[in-house]
Write a protein that binds this ligand. Structure first.
Ligand SMILES: *Cc1c(COP(=O)(O)O)cnc(C)c1O
Length: 366
């Protein structure tokens, strides 16, 4: 029986490498019969990522959320407050809270949705231990201003860099700033290993600590520290190794789609401003509508055509129902009400981009 092709268009679609390239690595795994515990495929992926991102210390782990939690642990951030952004995926906040730390929200810049450094200092108290900003959608935080504040108040900086793979800022990887930057290699991200993540670590000692922590805190019979299991498998690393050689064609294709959206939608929706010093990775295509009702009207029309954009990110994280106090972040709350990401993935047809833009334009006024 013939399987009917599914014509639904979602906000993203996982990139699948050529099967034979993936199978080359899988064959090696079968030959080695080592599936995990820092095998040769994991080590090779770590080495290739180090080269590609031009960073010294990288630790490949099971996902981007545990990467954030390990970063907090390895930097010894306990019992206190972490300054963070309300405009992100929920994992940024949940990683902080899961570690029994308190997230303190600082509102965002309206132009690129990253944390507003001018508003950070007023939120610093004697309990503040760290700042956890997010390069949301791959746009760069004001890394210099943030580092200046961190130095002045002796705070650690952990960037949630889940969206920044391949972004270059001021000549170096956007994922190389701060004490630690964390990446997510989840199936829906620009670069993926099915599930996976990484910590990029400035300090060699912290890197060694984190390396122990991700494998139960011990080396053979020698137990050094409290650990957890965040080791990644050879099968996952194989996916990464077979995708990495295709990364520039993936980004080129995304860029082409983004440029077409830009030319069609100009004047109809508001777009973030990309910083001059940023080589952007085209990881997302966020658009801001005039109002939530306009967004909902567009969604209804798109959904009728089996096109499913997503409300990234909604709600603003300071509004999560499991917070027991409310701290206003008016810019983030406003943007979260009326922002969405349009479908964007390398295999998305340019005719479909045209169709999506037409539906949007038909349903909103200039
Ligand atoms: C995807 C994502 C994460 C979580 O990564 P996982 O690998 O899914 O655990 C964290 N932060 C942000 C901003 C993300 O988009």
């Amino acid at each position: 029986m013939e399987v009917k092709k599914d014509n639904k268009i979602f906000v993203t679609k996982s990139y699948m490498p050529p099967l034979e390239e993936y199978m080359e690595y899988i064959n090696k795994v079968f030959d080695n019969a080592q599936l995990t515990n820092g095998g040769p495929i994991v080590n090779k992926l770590e080495a290739e990522l180090r080269d590609y991102l031009k960073v010294d210390n990288i630790q490949y782990v099971t996902n981007g959320t545990i990467a954030l939690q390990l970063a907090l642990r390895a930097l010894d951030i306990q019992d206190g407050e972490v300054i963070t952004t309300p405009f992100s995926y929920v994992a940024t906040t949940s990683a902080i809270m899961w570690e029994k730390l308190k997230p303190v929200y600082v509102d965002i810049e309206p132009d690129n949705f990253t944390i507003d450094p001018k508003k950070i200092e007023e939120k610093i108290t004697s309990k503040t231990k760290a700042i956890m900003p997010v390069h949301v959608f791959g746009y760069a935080c004001d890394v210099e201003a943030i580092q200046k504040i961190a130095d002045k108040h002796d705070l650690k900086v952990i960037y949630d860099a889940a969206h920044t793979f391949a972004s270059i800022y001021k000549g170096k990887s956007l994922a190389s700033y701060g004490d630690i930057s964390t990446l997510s290699f989840h199936a829906t991200k620009l670069f993926h290993t099915v599930e996976g993540g990484a910590c990029i670590i400035k300090d060699e000692t912290v890197k060694k600590e984190l390396d122990l922590m991700k494998r139960f805190g011990h080396n053979g019979d020698e137990h050094y520290c409290l650990g957890i299991n965040a080791k990644q498998s050879e099968m996952h690393a194989a996916m990464g190794l077979s995708i990495l050689p295709h990364i520039s064609e993936i980004i080129d294709k995304r860029k082409q789609i983004c440029n077409l959206y830009d030319s069609l939608l100009q004047g109809f929706v508001v777009r973030p401003k990309v910083q001059r010093d940023l080589e952007y990775n085209y990881s997302y295509y966020p658009v801001v509508f005039k109002s939530e009702s306009e967004l909902l009207k567009v969604f209804e029309a798109l959904n009728k055509e089996e096109i499913f954009p997503r409300r990234y990110f909604y709600p603003s994280l300071n509004m999560l129902p499991y917070h027991n106090d409310y701290h206003a972040c008016p810019v983030s709350e406003d943007i979260a009400q009326r922002i969405a990401c349009l479908p964007l993935y390398p295999s998305l047809d340019l005719d479909d981009v045209q169709r999506i833009a037409n539906i949007i334009i038909k349903n909103i006024g200039k």
